[in-house]
Design a protein around this ligand. Structure first.
Ligand SMILES: Nc1ncnc2c1ncn2[C@@H]1O[C@H](COP(=O)(O)OP(=O)(O)OP(=O)(O)O)[C@@H](O)[C@H]1O
Length: 769
């Protein structure tokens, strides 16, 4: 290789050249696009001109249909072409800003040549469309860039493992098409680009990390093989980032059999959904189907039911005294377990052997089919048949019964009464319908058509109701199951309140997924769209039941679960979660641990490591900042003044996103009330969809997954964070801080903080105005 190609001057010139080619391609594409657009508009306008419509003979009809089909295909093809151009235009626009971020010089074993591989967010060919000027970061060869330092390397192409030598690894910092820096890995010891990226201010929209993906993250992104991938990652280790880049990677590699709408991304709350919404489009991919699990469950349940959110569950628990909380937890843990799924299965078997609870079918206030009759039919079905199959038979039988009833009803006088109420239009339609059936229609023919119309219309809701299985009372059976549950004192006590809520059609979160499972096992699960890949972020908050339910619904889907056992704030609900090692050691499950934490400064990471709830290792990234500050409020200063003082200080220090985090929603209300007249502060609650830069007040459980420049923990006194479960909340809250962490408390500090060595934080007793 020409040594000249190694110097920086070469890189500046190359960048110019590439930008020039991008521009040329853009211009060519623009021209092409406007031509295609004109064609599409023209074709839409003249769609019928080239078609000869002839319906005389059967052959003519077929020919007409054929030519319509052909014309539609041409139109569709042109529209697709236009869509593709549009997509490519966006890609080129992005490339113009940062065409590439890396270069590797690679010599394949046995080859004389050294290839220069430039890596960017999407690929670019030279003007002759012969050679790659830029490789997509997801191309197999690009993997080397993330996995190795210069030296011997290998990568896996479609068919084989390719070995070779990497002689150069170079990083480029290109912003707005301008070269801002060039770093060779052999020269720089620390990753300057990563340092730069991490020291930036927090954003309300997550950014893609393709240019600085780290080796361990790359293993997550490019993982193949096992059906279930479990990622345990320290707070701020890039789980969410890796999850999104993984989706982009898989969409790229499985273009032909995986599309964005076959991916389900489950996120912890709406705020988070909008926080990450930009990443995939930034990577040139379509957004995937993203929901919270609460939305997923609510969409799959009875319309009349109100499903409590997980936040309601956590708030309720936090209001209880420790002993009461323990009892409640014990019950919740049972409902969260796969043992409860077993209870349900046994109960369903029993129901299958005995009978289900049906509703009688009524019509015009009269009993049409008595539930006894339905029970008898159910009992007559073959004993070993599965419940959903029995239900199908039952539906068909009922629909047939309805058809027979219709034949009787059509003759009755009430139908004639209804005919009198029909509009003139309906009469006319009936007249034409009757006429089209017979050359000369009589009054009787018209009446027959009208009677059929009335019967069809009147019975339609009934048929719909049968198709929707509303003749079986799954909710009542579920309530019975809960009421009949045996179990310890905790369960017996829990049942009383649960039944009270269920009677009001309100379902507590811990019973909601189980109800959908129970119902689906009776009437069949409704899976509306094919899902091939399910990515669950904050997976530590899923119960074994919930995870088993998802696997049951989508037995052929691949799963990627990402979470942190240290942030299991719903450990309130379950001691076990799918991220834990023992659960993830099932067949076809692989587990990757991300230990390095990138979000917070080393000082914040060190500090939080003292109260991290589990032994999972956390290795702080070496980015320096100030020590966290722990402030004791004394009587001479109110919480309000202390907060105002600290907010002002953080603003003066230049922080743009400042979060005041409280434990509960009530705590947030209180802070908001005290401060909103003094400073511009926004409150984040369960319904918040987005947030802006500035000052926010937010409960811990809604700050999950998000990050802020500066975090002020409003009250870390011992009476606020003292139970075992509070440790997870405290840890989650403090690890949201990127650059600055301030903790306030009055009287005694939380026991989780009191053991931290003094040199790990700055301590002050009073804040003076
Ligand atoms: N390789 C990387 N390059 C640049 N930034 C990174 C990288 N990895 C992580 N980050 C940054 O670190 C921060 C934390 O990342 P992310 O939110 O993905 O972590 P997480 O593991 O999901 O965190 P948590 O579990 O605490 O919510 C983000 O600002 C992200 O952009």
């Amino acid at each position: 290789m020409d040594k000249q190609n190694n110097n920086h001057e070469f890189e500046y010139q190359r960048l110019e050249k590439v930008l020039d080619i991008i521009e040329k391609k853009q211009n060519a594409l623009k021209e092409q696009s406007s031509k295609v657009k004109e064609d599409v508009v023209e074709l839409r306008k003249t769609f019928w001109d080239d078609i000869t419509v002839n319906m005389d003979e059967m052959d003519d009809i077929i020919e007409t249909q054929e030519s319509i089909k052909q014309q539609s295909n041409i139109l569709a093809q042109k529209e697709r072409h236009y869509g593709k151009n549009y997509q490519r235009m966006n890609q080129l626009e992005r490339l113009k800003n940062q065409p590439y971020f890396g270069r590797i010089d690679f010599q394949e074993e046995g080859s004389e040549d050294i290839e220069q591989i430039y890596i960017g967010t999407s690929s670019l060919m030279d003007e002759e469309e012969k050679d790659f000027l830029i490789y997509d970061w997801r191309a197999p060869i690009s993997g080397i860039y993330y996995d190795y330092a210069p030296g011997p390397v290998e990568y896996r192409s479609q068919e084989e493992t390719v070995h070779g030598e990497m002689s150069l690894k170079r990083q480029f910092m290109i912003r707005n098409g301008k070269m801002k820096g060039i770093f060779d890995t052999s020269v720089t010891i620390i990753d300057e680009m990563l340092q730069e990226s991490l020291s930036q201010a927090a954003d309300t929209q997550m950014k893609s990390i393709v240019s600085t993906i780290q080796q361990e993250q790359n293993a997550v992104i490019r993982h193949r093989g096992s059906k279930v991938l479990v990622v345990q990652g320290a707070a701020g280790s890039g789980k969410t980032s890796a999850a999104l880049q993984r989706i982009a990677y898989l969409l790229y590699h499985h273009r032909t059999n995986l599309t964005a709408n076959q991916v389900l991304l489950l996120s912890p709350n709406d705020l988070f959904t909008s926080y990450v919404a930009n990443v995939l489009p930034e990577l040139g991919e379509e957004p995937v189907n993203q929901q919270t699990f609460h939305q997923f469950v609510s969409n799959g349940t009875d319309k009349a039911l109100h499903v409590d959110s997980p936040f309601t569950q956590i708030e309720k628990l936090m209001r209880l005294e420790e002993k009461e909380q323990q009892t409640q937890l014990e019950a919740i843990q049972h409902f969260s377990s796969t043992a409860f799924m077993e209870d349900i299965n046994q109960h369903l078997e029993k129901l299958n052997r005995t009978n289900l609870t049906f509703r009688s079918i009524r019509f015009r206030n009269e009993l049409l089919i008595d539930k006894k009759e339905i029970e008898n039919y159910f009992a007559s079905l073959e004993k070993d048949m599965r419940l959903p199959n029995k239900m199908e038979q039952l539906r068909n039988w009922l629909l047939q019964r309805i058809r027979e009833i219709q034949k009787e009803e059509i003759k009755k006088d009430w139908v004639l009464d209804q005919i009198q109420l029909l509009s003139k239009d309906d009469y006319m339609k009936a007249y034409h319908e009757a006429e089209s059936e017979q050359e000369e229609s009589s009054i009787q023919d018209e009446e027959k058509v009208l009677r059929e119309k009335i019967i069809r219309k009147t019975f339609a809701p009934l048929q719909k109701m049968i198709r929707q299985n509303r003749f079986v009372n799954t909710f009542k059976m579920y309530m019975d199951l809960i009421a009949e549950l045996n179990g310890n004192d905790a369960i017996q006590r829990y049942k009383v309140e649960a039944i009270r809520l269920l009677r009001k059609k309100q379902i507590p979160w811990e019973l909601a997924t189980a109800y959908n499972f129970f119902k689906g096992e009776i009437i069949g699960h409704e899976v509306t769209r094919p899902v091939h890949l399910i990515v669950i972020d904050e997976a530590q908050d899923y119960t074994p039941f919930q995870f088993a339910y998802l696997k049951h619904l989508y037995p052929y889907a691949s799963f990627t679960l990402l979470g942190d056992v240290n942030q299991a704030i719903y450990s309130y609900a379950s001691k076990e979660n799918p991220i834990q090692e023992k659960i993830s050691h099932e067949d076809s499950t692989e587990r990757i641990v991300l230990t390095k934490s990138y979000r917070s400064t080393k000082q914040i990471s060190d500090f939080t490591s003292y109260f991290s709830p589990s032994d999972e290792p956390v290795e702080p990234f070496n980015r320096s900042g100030v020590l966290p500050e722990v402030i004791r409020l004394t009587k001479s200063i109110s919480e309000k003044d202390a907060l105002l003082y600290k907010i002002e200080e953080k603003q003066q220090e230049g922080y743009e996103t400042i979060a005041i985090i409280a434990k509960t929603a009530a705590g947030c209300d209180d802070i908001y009330r005290k401060l909103h007249k003094e400073v511009d502060i926004k409150q984040i609650n369960e319904d918040s969809k987005t947030y802006q830069k500035g000052i926010v007040v937010v409960p811990v459980y809604l700050a999950k997954g998000i990050e802020f420049d500066a975090v002020i923990l409003a009250d870390a006194s011992d009476e606020v964070y003292s139970y075992a479960a509070d440790r997870y909340l405290l840890y989650t809250a403090c690890t949201r801080a990127m650059h600055d962490l301030t903790i306030l408390f009055s009287n005694e500090m939380s026991p989780f903080l009191s053991k931290i060595p003094n040199e790990k934080y700055r301590y002050s007793t009073i804040v003076e105005r």
